[in-house]
Design a protein around this ligand. Sequence first.
Ligand SMILES: [Zn+2]
Length: 135
Amino acid sequence: MAKFRRKHVWERAKGHCEYCQLSQEYSVLPHEIDHIRAKKHRGPHTLDNTCIACAHCNAAKGSNAAGFDPETDELVPLFNARTDTWDEHFFWDGAVLFGKTPIGRATIDVLSINDPSCVDQREYLIRADLFPPEE
Ligand SMILES: [Zn+2]
């Protein structure tokens, strides 16, 4: 990806994971450019198919494109940061992320966004008034 495009992807995400909203500023590991539709599924290397993901979300997502909604067991696509609106699919209750929709719930489940270590980290950030990020 050309340098200017990489910069665009980072600026568009404002330095936050586009799944769990963790800021790069408070992450030990570097955030990564995620291919929303993985290369192995013929996902293009374009601005419309990329987002910023923290190392945890990106590793858990892998090449997954879909997941099962834990409530309905329906197979649904994962959250797409380019075509879906975060607030329509997710909401915070303290440090725990909840899904409003099958897409939100399946994404939280596949990406293990409420992994205890992630919740612990968010609780520390909330106590320091550093999370969730302001828009
Ligand atoms: Zn994340």
